[in-house]
Design a protein around this ligand. Structure first.
Ligand SMILES: Cc1cc2nc3c(=O)[nH]c(=O)nc-3n(C[C@H](O)[C@H](O)[C@H](O)COP(=O)(O)O)c2cc1C
Length: 359
């Protein structure tokens, strides 16, 4: 199998198996409305088989970092419509990644106390409009508030479709709210949404089901990052947890599962074996230094090991025309650390493509 073969994902036939991984770039305006530069940025990358947008908050309280976009106001939906029109006009396909940050947030971002499954403060600091600050203790959601957040995800997904997206990816990875419910160290609840593995998967399963009911399961994907301690997450019982989660989700007929590969091969292999549908894998690459081959070697290896599609983050960030560069063996642009998170158009929409005089 090759990266350049078409593949079916939900109701779409994708031109190739190269997915642009979700990447927060913090270019939305003060009201979380996508800016014209964002339409340019995503349209430049439309040769990906599928684009996954940066994490997008389903509510004000769901915002984690400054200048991230939302998908809960009319103005945000209109802003995203310009993005999806530009991507579709360039022949691309695009899913909106819906991210509720939960405790990985700060009052200086939205003026509110962050919420989480339990009042457990994350270790470390978060980047805020005033610079890095310690995390605060979040407020535990009440049971009825948990149910409201489930509905909030379904509403956001409906609005994403209204904005012209081909579907949504729910961010269940990297220690954000869905992951906080899954993990034992962040979920110390005593109601039906905590405790045993069956209790801890309940919120994620209900969110996926509600979103699938709202927009159709074949337009819904889920991203997971098992066994990764990022954002101070400790699952405790990774294999049992994801076995139960995937057993509950497998019958739904989702568009995709998106696995951020674990360092432990056993975890990856068990997830591939347990998932009957399309599997996007984001391979384990060197960090923070991006791999010199743009991740191509790891991608080919993963296609041999059972991935259906491969997600590339920094490869697409620095190379808008990554598929053409891989096809032709052209050299790759280096990642510019300037403007990675926030800033103007430098380091955002000025990466050259093949054929540019600058390339
Ligand atoms: C600037 C930047 C922002 C990111 N933001 C997100 C995000 O919003 N949502 C998400 O799921 N992952 C996010 N990630 C993680 C990437 O999707 C991806 O997992 C990571 O870059 C590793 O893939 P790579 O080696 O191909 O770059 C981000 C990564 C980078 C470099």
């Amino acid at each position: 199998m090759s990266l350049f073969e078409p593949v079916r994902l939900g109701r779409m036939e994708l031109a190739n198996r190269m997915v642009m991984a979700p990447m927060t770039r913090s270019r939305a305006d003060q009201a979380g409305v996508p800016t014209p530069s964002m339409a340019t940025y995503y349209a430049q990358r439309a040769s990906a088989g599928l684009i996954l947008t940066e994490g997008t908050q389903p509510s004000l309280l769901g915002q984690g970092h400054p200048a991230t976009p939302g998908i809960h106001t009319d103005a945000q939906v209109a802003g995203w419509r310009s993005v999806t029109d530009a991507v579709h006009g360039a022949g691309g396909r695009i899913f909106n990644q819906i991210q509720h940050s939960g405790r990985v947030s700060h009052p200086s971002v939205h003026g509110l106390t962050p919420v989480a499954p339990s009042a457990v403060r994350a270790d470390g600091q978060i980047f805020t409009p005033q610079g890095p600050q310690d995390y605060v203790e979040p407020r535990a959601l009440t049971t009825s508030e948990v149910e409201e957040v489930v509905a909030e995800f379904a509403r956001a997904a409906g609005r994403a479709i209204e904005a012209g997206f081909d579907g949504v990816e729910l961010h269940g990875a990297m220690g954000f709210l869905l992951h906080q419910f899954l993990a034992a160290n962040t979920n110390q609840r005593s109601d039906a949404y905590g405790g045993s593995v069956q209790g801890r998967i309940r919120f994620v399963v209900e969110v996926v089901e509600a979103v699938a009911a709202a927009i159709g399961a074949d337009r819904v994907g889920l991203r997971i990052s098992p066994a990764k301690p990022i954002n101070d997450i400790a699952e405790g019982d990774t294999l049992e947890l994801y076995a139960a989660l995937l057993a509950a989700l497998a019958p739904l007929g989702l568009a995709h599962l998106h696995l951020v590969a674990a360092a432990e091969e056993e975890v990856n292999d068990k997830i591939r074996a347990a998932w009957p549908g399309a599997l996007i894998v984001n391979p384990l690459n060197s960090f923070p230094q991006a791999p010199e081959d743009g991740g191509r070697g790891n991608a080919e290896e993963w296609l041999r090991r059972g991935a259906d599609l491969i997600a590339f983050g920094r490869g697409f960030l620095a190379n808008p025309d990554l598929p053409a560069r891989f096809r032709t063996g052209a050299p790759l642009n280096a990642l510019n650390p300037e403007g990675l998170y926030g800033g103007g158009d430098a380091g955002y929409i000025d990466y050259p493509v093949l054929g540019d005089s600058a390339a």
